[in-house]
Design a protein around this ligand. Structure first.
Ligand SMILES: O=C(O)CCC(=O)C(=O)O
Length: 255
């Protein structure tokens, strides 16, 4: 860490992830409602919004930034590290939380011991993402920091014949400034997606898997969440990293 980096604001993190496990879900998923402060949220959003235009890829309904670079044949070209504003506070904080009283952090068994890649998705209020799996390029752990607005992430299971069952098996409500970690069976066997709708409805203790871990469940007592623009930062460890990347860096360098 840069010695000039100011100390992180105090955030009350759990003593271990086990304290924030989402009990309704198969092993394992964790939800920390207050993972970044409001001030940190503003600072990260400002960095996202002021990134050079060439950083954004416009998709049909949302925009995407990829840091430090796109994968080439499922490989990260090791040309640039993640910028400081993506490491601090998120990665430092993720690595500071033990998995349980006796186990180290959630990336302790991943090839690089920490995330090396971040996707930033910007969702306008009615935008979502089709159900999908993240695939084999990554260690099967995803840490999602949500900023700006709440929405529901749906988890789906394939039917016996391989077709997608269109009804989600579970819904997870992600509040702004929260961290969601999905791993293991949830990563490998279930698909995840976000409905393209302006408001999430039928929100209740019965329908939302992480209801008991929400910061403000009373905010959704009418069962609705009107969406605003939401930014998500998804942190992963790419399994294959090519040293060739540093030599080819000049060709693949992004602004
Ligand atoms: O924005 C999110 O929470 C989900 C993003 C996602 O599905 C992905 O990056 O694969």
């Amino acid at each position: 860490m840069d010695p000039n980096t100011p100390p992180l604001p105090r955030i009350n993190l759990p003593a271990s992830l086990e304290h924030r496990r989402i009990p309704a879900l198969p092993p394992a998923a964790y939800y920390i409602a207050d993972f970044v402060s409001e001030e940190e949220e503003r600072a990260i959003l400002q960095k996202v919004e002021t990134a050079p235009k060439a950083r954004w890829r416009q998709l049909t309904h949302r925009r995407l930034q990829t840091w430090p670079s796109d994968l080439v044949k499922s490989t990260l070209l090791d040309s640039q590290p993640l910028p400081d504003w993506l490491s601090q506070p998120a990665i430092t904080r993720i690595l500071s939380i033990p998995l349980s009283d006796s186990e180290p952090h959630i990336f302790a068994s991943s090839p690089h011991g920490q995330p090396n890649h971040v996707l930033i998705n910007e969702y306008p209020p009615s935008a979502g993402i089709m159900p999908h799996k993240d695939g084999s390029a990554y260690h099967p752990t995803v840490c999602t920091v949500s900023l700006g607005s709440s929405l529901c992430l749906n988890l789906y299971k394939s039917k016996e014949d391989g077709a997608l069952d269109p009804e989600p098996v579970w819904r997870i409500l992600q509040e702004p400034r929260s961290l969601l970690i999905t791993t293991g069976e949830l990563y490998d066997e279930y698909l995840h997606g976000i409905d393209s709708i302006p408001a999430d409805v039928n929100l209740s203790e019965q329908s939302i898997a992480n209801w008991g871990l929400l910061r403000s469940p009373s905010r959704y007592k009418d069962g609705r969440n009107e969406r605003q623009i939401r930014i998500s930062l998804t942190y992963r460890d790419v399994l294959k990293v090519s040293k060739l990347g540093s030599k080819l860096g000049a060709f693949f360098k992004r602004p």
